[in-house]
Design a protein around this ligand. Sequence first.
Ligand code: SAM
Length: 276
Amino acid sequence: MLYVVGTPIGHLGDLSPRAKELLRNVSVIACEDTRHSGKLIKPLKSNGKLISFHKHNIQSKLPKLLALLEQKKSIAIISDAGLPGISDPGEDLVKAARDEGHEVICIPGPCAATTALVSSGLPSGRFCFEGFLPTKEKERKEYLKNLAKEERTIIIYEAPHRLIKLLKELKKSCGGDRPLQVARELTKRHEQQIGSTIDAALEHFLKIKPLGECTLVLGGATAIDAEFKDEDYLLAEIKLLIEKGSSASDAASKIAEISGMPKKSLYNLFHRSIKK
Ligand code: SAM
């Protein structure tokens, strides 16, 4: 049996009694960092052997873990924090175990994404989880552009040293301000929620350097936002007005009025398009 076990994202009191019991009794505990997880496991007086399993050794460790399952050993997989498989290793092992007919059970625990979501005050009925956004500039730009059209509440993980850059990018791709909450250091002593918009979070973090772990919860696009903030749509509308006889400047003004986008950006958008 493979057990996917949730561990705390900060407060050690969040390791459930069921998770403790299980970690005490399994034969093997696969974890990202044996030193880090050793601190969590040691007080449990577990019989389980810690084996490192992280994104750089998945290919070499997978067959070994599968062989142990074949020998009817019980394995728990944990990550440094939270739920394995959520922006953490776990997914490949679970898939491989299932493919080979082994049973997989999850002992649930905290997850930064859902913890941030339900405390954000943003709609939680429908949401999408994005994890970490791509870091390569071209891919990231395209990704952000598509994300701006997403109507569900969006959850994003980001490292603190890249937080301000991401907030600026979100403001640009969303074509202005949006409801947003940054959950910092969830479940820890200095837990904090900063919002309630992109602008407000930017103002805060430009004054106070972002530190610690952060999860962003961004309000989804309204149907009108999604249309009016889509560059292709806006450009098509400007071109239509020009075809009907408006100057580029008048067309940009008119669309700025309707969409709430700055006239200058629309004017530049048009000029960029004719230079291509
Ligand atoms: N598996 C984890 C989970 O279930 O939440 C996520 C691991 S991912 C490698 C680490 C990212 O999760 C951090 O960069 C941060 O964005 C978010 N995170 C983890 N712990 C957090 C916390 N205590 N407060 C806010 N965000 C947290």
